[in-house]
Design a protein around this ligand. Structure first.
Ligand SMILES: [Zn+2]
Length: 289
């Protein structure tokens, strides 16, 4: 099995064709690794932008890439053809967070009218995998350079935010965190479901009687005496959650019950919280009623 780590740089441009903002790829860097993590080959291509010929100052400052460099580059189509040959068949392709993958899909859609990435058959989000392996959790994304620093990997010789150098640095992280069985489990086959998952946008449910919310999700029990609470007011839909007033028939404690329902690819994620109402009132009025 071979592994390919891919990194892209792009320029934000307004596109007449799509009537909005477009992230046009201007550099593709990649390294191909052997089974034991050694870098076998490198790929680096500048791409001549056609949507916006001028790079934004933000991009030039971040990447050091100049208008002249990309002017001498190849077309997106030529770069993709060479990259397909470089990746070969059956390689596991990795990127640092799946943002690069999303941008690559966006470019394939723009230039080919098809968002599928031609050389992609198996994929792993290296950022997610590395953070899991290092016990850092996955709620916060850790930047490539920051993690390399934490692992005391030498990044002095590479220029950060230069696609090929970022790939080399990601390869050093890969060597540190790779473990065969967890890696195999984390690799996703690239099929219809893979693309559906990648493009899925989570949304908050705004209707309390949505069938995706179960009745049990809307019940609470008293924090004081454990009895089931009775709802004594209507559910209100606020920005991202529902709230209602609850009362314990046994001990009289009043609460605001809060429920958030987020529709994700694998189902609905429910978050619940109870806030004591009586305590608030006591504080405000000094306990007098
Ligand atoms: Zn109670």
């Amino acid at each position: 099995m071979t592994y390919v780590i891919l990194d892209l740089e792009w320029n934000g441009a307004r596109s007449e064709k799509i009537g909005g903002y477009f992230n046009e790829i201007i550099e593709i860097g990649a390294v191909r690794l052997s089974e034991d993590g050694r870098i076998e080959d490198r790929f680096d291509a500048y791409i001549r932008p056609v949507v916006s010929r001028k790079l934004t100052r933000l991009v030039t400052n971040l990447t050091g890439i100049t208008d002249d460099q990309v002017k001498k580059g190849v077309s997106f189509g030529q770069a993709m053809e060479s990259l397909c040959r470089f990746v070969g068949e059956d390689a596991v392709v990795m990127t640092w967070s799946n943002t690069d993958l999303t941008v690559l899909m966006e470019n394939c859609r723009y230039f080919y009218g098809d968002e599928r990435i031609p050389f992609l058959s198996a994929y792993l989000d290296l950022q997610y995998y590395a953070q899991t392996r290092l016990g850092l959790g996955t709620a916060q994304q850790v930047a490539l350079s920051k993690l390399a620093e934490q692992l005391e990997l030498n990044s002095d010789e590479v220029e950060l935010h230069h696609a090929i150098d970022d790939s080399v640095l990601a390869a050093a992280i890969f060597r540190q965190v790779y473990e065969s069985s967890s890696f195999q489990k984390a690799v996703s086959p690239v099929n219809d479901e893979f693309y559906r998952r990648l493009t899925f946008k989570p949304t908050f449910i705004r209707e309390i009687d949505d069938p995706l919310i179960r009745r049990a999700d809307l019940r609470f029990s008293c924090e004081v005496c454990r009895h089931n609470l009775k709802r004594v007011g209507k559910w209100q839909c606020q920005h991202r959650f529902f709230t209602a007033v609850f009362r314990c028939a046994a001990c009289g404690t009043e609460y605001i019950g809060r429920v958030q329902a987020k529709r994700k690819f694998d189902g609905v994620e429910i978050k619940k919280r109870l806030i004591r109402k009586m305590a608030e009132k006591e504080q405000e009025t000094g306990g007098a009623t």
